[in-house]
Design a protein around this ligand. Structure first.
Ligand SMILES: Nc1ncnc2c1ncn2[C@@H]1O[C@H](COP(=O)(O)OP(=O)(O)OP(=O)(O)O)[C@@H](O)[C@H]1O
Ligand SMILES: [Mg+2]
Length: 277
């Protein structure tokens, strides 16, 4: 495959490095001053401190996030719900370093991500975060296998090793027999399972999913969500799920509602266990 095509992939590729690409490279040490981020954050945990986001739109200030503090513990899956336009995607973009807060900072383990430059952040995302969006964003003219290999090729891995890792992820999402098919020939649900395989091919520690089932029919959405939950657990990921589906949200460890720029815990609003059974 041409590297130029591989490098054109969008959205950003994901992280990790345990299947043949040598030792995992970690983000630079940007430890905050002792009390800046509060108590220590466990490896794999993510924290946002004092997050504000303001936009200037049409001459008017729009305050989307107002002084939000939050933490995702390692291995935790948190759902964010809220009405359209309340700022869920904005929050996900800030926590995943795709956007910067107007005020506040994001920490991953001991590192203050808000202090990193754009190249370091791109590398951080590449290594540590898997992304899944409402649309799969697979390259239709490339095979499914090639699509899933892309993050590893972009990271400089040899084609054979990248293919091995991609096949392993495709097996996990039940698409190993479709590896040679063009992505454009697959159904919407299959493409979204392929997007999940691509998100995890680098073995990231964080998974960011923005309405990953929003474009699917009910039965397919259930299948994709169950797969996402299963992969979250199997890979010990720390996962943020933005969703409008309250049934899926209640199967996560915790649920936050974003309302008027603030996060409220919704767990108690749902009857039954907070963890999926
Ligand atoms: N670059 C921008 N410039 C100005 N306003 C913006 C920008 N990006 C987002 N907004 C505004 O911020 C608010 C929050 O947008 P956001 O996309 O985060 O909402 P959301 O909760 O994800 O909505 P949905 O459920 O429809 O996806 C909206 O009012 C939106 O118009
Ligand atoms: Mg959104």
């Amino acid at each position: 495959m041409e590297r130029t095509a591989a490098q054109s992939v969008s959205p950003p590729a994901t992280a990790g490095d345990q299947e043949g690409a040598g030792p995992k490279k970690r983000i630079p040490d940007t430890k905050p001053a002792s009390n800046e981020a509060g108590a220590p954050i466990a490896a794999g945990g993510l924290r946002g401190v004092g997050l504000h986001k303001r936009y200037a739109a049409g001459g008017q200030a729009l305050e989307v996030l107002r002084d939000i503090d939050l933490e995702l513990a390692p291995g935790e899956m948190v759902a964010v719900v809220g009405e359209s336009g309340c700022g869920k995607s904005t929050l996900l973009h800030i926590l995943s370093t795709l956007d910067r807060p107007t005020e506040g900072a994001v920490y991953f383990a001991a590192s203050c991500l808000s202090r990193l430059g754009s190249d370091e952040l791109a590398e951080f995302r590449n290594r540590e975060i898997g992304f899944v969006w409402q649309m799969p964003h697979l390259l239709p003219e490339f095979t499914l296998l090639e699509n899933v290999m892309l993050p590893r090729l972009i990271a400089g891995e040899a084609e054979r090793a990248a293919a091995g890792a991609a096949r392993a992820r495709l097996e996990e999402v039940g698409l190993e027999r479709r590896a040679g098919h063009r992505a454009g020939e697959l159904s919407g649900g299959e493409q979204q399972r392929g997007a999940l395989a691509r998100a995890l091919v680098m073995q990231p520690r964080l998974l960011m999913a923005d309405e990953p089932t929003g474009n699917l029919d009910e039965a397919t959405a259930e299948r994709v969500f169950s797969l996402l939950l299963d992969l979250h657990r199997r890979h010990g990921l720390t996962t943020l799920l933005v969703t409008h589906n309250l049934q899926f949200a209640r199967r996560c460890d915790r649920v936050w509602r974003l309302h008027q720029g603030k996060l409220e815990r919704l767990d108690t609003a749902f009857p039954g266990p907070s963890r999926a059974s």
